[in-house]
Ligand binder design. Structure first.
Ligand code: ATP
Ligand code: MG
Length: 571
């Protein structure tokens, strides 16, 4: 990842704000907010909204609030609140003392609702939910006015106060805005502002039995906090007239709502309802399962905050929905880790190698480079001895044509060590399974080069058996086996769960310097990918590593192919 900050590309939101500042709107203030509903863990889509809101504020010398939009009393909200706070901080953003809860504004919202009633702009309606739906009409037919629409201000006030006092059962009455039942925008057809719900709220307890609807609440929350630009996703575009209508009826600060496209990622679902289902029904190992697109899952997988912020800059903001290739997210973490992750050697599927001409009991420390991309990372010592492990995949008894790694009679290089040559293959008498290889080494090739200039076609990683640290390593594949698991509405997205998304290797051998690897450190295991200690299952007794991503960079390939394509077109 570029260490120098990339020039942020222009986008329509920045353009709007720049114009506003030029014209002195909002007295030159820029104030945004990130308003999650605490009903699930944050995912990579939210990360885009977080980077956008906090990023814009930072860029224009403004402020960004973290606001819990907790207007729906639901269960377990505290856990979600905690995780959201942790995730936004981890991404690298800070709201100082501006952590707010929409529920703190319930009293104020209630007062504003009474103001609307007094102005004749809201009424208490006795239709039930089903009737309200029937009266609403359709896109092609106007709606019908509620028979309760013309109640007097006094009656409305009295009923609304009694709604609040808990005199009526759930669903029997609502407070509705009095706008226009034949408005072409269905959201403007006397929308419900309050519903009766005798439910316990995670912060206000049993104080309230009426709860404000999103459209009524959200604009007021923005207004109360002095938000200047209220950035939200495209599905709220049709709600903007209502957002504006409510604020126009009251004598209050009026923020500007601006919509941008949601992030969709291939091979991923982003709906909180579906993510919750995966967790609740045990398809994954919790919200932070390393295969989940949640921020906590990406963190456990080994993604860095920098890589996610870089991704968010790369995808930019647009006015039209699209699907981003997940390979691009993987590209971002590879870019970061290629620059910053120390290299280590680890063998995931070990095959024993005995160097028959290496003295028994001898050990030596060889120098290994920590990061070829970063000279300041220096070198470390890696122990070498008579018995080693290499990858099973790096040996073929009967090598096919393009296989250049170890085979009987063939010489290869052991990285940072010596040339070795395979002289014998030892098999289990009964099963015929290869048990170990016998090799000889050339002492003159110490460090990995032959003084006589002879060449080998492969360099293998290895670990000294007597020094090796045991570990479990978990390899991940995409959670879904199709690019858009939600596309076919006839089918359940769970049918497309990839049955092979997790592979657990229990008998891995690591170079000894990894014995004190810590959670949140990233490593490249040479030739295998980037890895990190698993925060959930790793312990003093048992080291567990996750593979963040393999080394193969499909996105870089795609980009190269696209560049080539463009070059061809130009010609
Ligand atoms: P719900 O279905 O529960 O409404 P939500 O994903 O919209 O889910 P919120 O907690 O309301 O969840 O989202 C908080 C903020 O994050 C909102 O401003 C929303 O627009 C933004 N956001 C949510 N999903 C995405 C996404 N995929 N891409 C960009 N922004 C998103
Ligand atoms: Mg939402």
């Amino acid at each position: 990842m570029p260490n120098e900050k990339p020039e942020k590309p222009a986008n329509f939101i920045r353009n709007i704000i720049t114009e506003d500042l030029k014209h002195g709107k909002n007295d030159g203030r820029v104030h945004t907010r990130f308003p999650p509903e605490p009903n699930g863990y944050l995912h990579i889509g939210h990360a885009k909204a977080i980077c956008l809101n906090f990023g814009i504020a930072e860029e224009f010398g403004g402020k960004c609030n973290l606001r819990f939009d907790d207007t729906n009393p639901t269960k377990e909200e505290e856990e979600y609140v905690r995780s959201i706070i942790e995730d936004v901080h981890w991404l690298g953003f800070d709201w100082e003392d501006r952590l707010f809860y929409a529920s703190d504004y319930f009293e104020k919202m209630y007062e504003y609702a009474e103001q609307l009633i007094k102005k004749g702009k809201a009424f208490v309606c006795d239709l039930n939910a089903e009737e309200v739906r029937q009266y609403r009409g359709t896109l092609t037919e106007p709606g019908k006015e509620s028979p309760y629409r013309n109640r007097s201000v006094e009656e409305n006030l009295d009923l609304f106060r009694r709604m609040r006092a808990g005199e009526f059962p759930d669903g029997t009455r609502t407070l509705r805005a009095k706008i226009d039942m034949s408005h072409p925008n269905l959201n403007m057809r006397d929308p419900v502002m309050y519903r009766i719900l005798h439910a316990n709220h995670h912060r206000t307890g049993d104080k309230w039995c009426i709860y404000p609807m999103y459209d009524w609440a959200h604009g007021l929350e923005d207004s109360i906090e002095g938000i200047t630009h209220s950035l939200c996703t495209l599905e709220f575009e049709d709600h903007r007239p209502l957002y504006d209508w409510f604020l126009e009826q009251l004598d209050v600060h009026h923020p500007q709502q601006i919509e941008f496209a949601r992030l969709n990622l291939s091979y991923t679902i982003m709906s909180k309802r579906k993510l919750l289902e995966l967790v609740r029904d045990g398809y994954v190992d919790g919200w932070d399962d390393p295969r989940m697109p949640t921020i906590s899952g990406l963190r456990r997988r080994g993604y860095t905050p920098e890589s996610i912020r870089y991704f968010s800059d790369l995808i930019g903001v647009a006015k039209r929905d699209s699907v981003v290739d997940i390979a691009m997210l993987e590209y971002c973490i590879r870019e970061d880790l290629n620059k910053n992750a120390p290299r280590r050697m680890a063998v995931l599927k070990p095959l024993k190698v005995v160097i028959t001409n290496y003295p028994e009991g001898k050990e030596e420390d060889l120098d290994a480079i920590n990061n070829p991309e970063d000279a300041s990372a220096g070198t470390r010592k890696v122990p070498f001895s008579r018995v080693l492990y290499i990858e099973q995949d790096d040996f073929r008894e009967d090598p096919p044509k393009k296989f250049f790694r170890l085979a009987p009679g063939r010489e290869v290089r052991l990285r940072y060590a010596y040339f070795i040559k395979c002289v014998d293959v030892v098999k289990d008498e009964n099963t015929g399974e290869i048990k170990e290889l016998h090799c000889t080494y050339d002492p003159a090739t110490r460090g990995g080069d032959a003084p006589d200039g002879r060449k080998v076609k492969a360099t293998l990683h290895w670990v000294s058996a007597m020094h090796a640290v045991d570990a479990e390593v978990r390899l991940y594949d995409r959670l879904f086996s199709v690019p858009d698991p939600g596309a076919d509405k006839e089918k359940d997205y769970k049918e497309f769960i990839n049955p092979n998304s997790l592979e657990i290797l229990e008998n891995c051998k690591l170079e000894p310097s990894l014995s004190n690897a810590k959670v949140s450190e990233n490593y490249q295991f040479e030739r295998l990918g980037y890895f990190c200690v698993d925060s959930k299952y790793s312990s003093a007794e048992k080291l567990v590593f996750n593979r963040t991503v393999s080394l193969k960079d499909t996105w870089a390939k795609i980009k190269k192919a696209m560049a080539e394509e463009a070059r061809k077109k130009k010609k």
